[in-house]
Design a protein around this ligand. Sequence first.
Ligand code: S3P
Length: 432
Amino acid sequence: MKTVKFDKPLLKGSLKVPGDKSISHRAIMLGSIAEGRTAIKGFLDGEDCLRTIDIFKRLGVSIERNGTDVVIESPGMKNWTSPTENLYAGNSGTTARLMLGILAGSAITSTLTGDDSLSKRPMKRVTTPLQSMGASVAGEEGGDFLPLTIVGSKLEGIDYQMPVASAQVKSAILFAGLNAVGETVVREDTVSRDHTERMLKQFGAKLKQDGNTVRIQGGQLLEGTCVTVPGDISSAAFFMAAAAMVEGSEVEFIDVGLNPTRTGIIQVLRQMGAGVEILEKHGETGEPYGVVKVTQARLEGTEISGEIIPTLIDELPIIALMATQATGKTIIKDAAELRVKETDRIAAVTDELTKLGAKVEATEDGMIIEGPTSLSGGELKSYGDHRIGMMAAVAALVSDGPIHIEDPSCIAISYPTFFDHLSQLVTAGIEE
Ligand code: S3P
């Protein structure tokens, strides 16, 4: 249990958040698939990304990590060795789903496992398209859940229309497509994050992108390279929302990722009335990043639905908290994916914010929040979900009493230095 309590807080100064989780996973994966040396700077040393490193070490890839610097020396995926033990993905959906796509077309046999939460998350969305490429993936209950055993097989390209907007599914198919015979085509109705496409190109792969369609030709060899990981906008979002809500606050976010498939939070902050300025923008050729200043303002309720949802899917818990401080109704729709994240985030956010006195109604695919409400302190659960834990901690900045967070350790999954950054930014006490 951790108690977080502030007395008249104010957020001031600048913050460089840890590296992007999605990009860090992909850098380890592509650096291990490629032959030769890959050097990564700004790697996220959160638990999820460390699981990905462990897995590739078990396949015979040399990975040396010194804090946020990582050097990979890989013999190339054709020379990986079959592991003697299970490959444990921990809590990480990205590790599990992307590894399925990679292992399906490899030359090795392996079994992927996960923790209790991950073992309840749907895998069929990945195994169905992979099986139609010729993958051999088997598990109990029709192979929808971990543990799954993958016998690396000869794959054939497919033309796949995505039924859900999911970068994890898209990436798994593209990785499988890299090792398949012929061309693989992935078509999306709504664009999901495109880090895999950008990084495949950085490692020398050729991809064709036309609107919402990506094509990759199988049999391409990748070459090791250098990758710099920008700050994770999904981590910054907790402090962006805090700066927007807490009277008199102003915070600059340094070198934060600004990939347009991830910046829905910036649009929503503006829609709700917060001050958001992009002070610098770089990295146009790979992953865009820059400096963003967020200033507190009187917030208004808004509607969040449709195409923007995949660009802020992980930010919806903190957006819901912000909506409790905004005037009027905030309606979140088309976000049923929240129900199959690390926990059911619609239920978790509704239950926990309601405990503090917020007016939140859960719907099948979102939430309706009526504000502004003053929030009391209270005892909140994280459900072992890092983003619910961080939402609870930020709630302490706008609540009348202390917030006691049950199981805050899960925050290290994506943001190991979260509490240090919270106390650095806020000019008022944080209590243990
Ligand atoms: C991720 C994609 C998203 C996101 C997750 C990371 C990725 O999941 O919620 O935290 O790295 O591809 P879906 O693609 O399943 O929506």
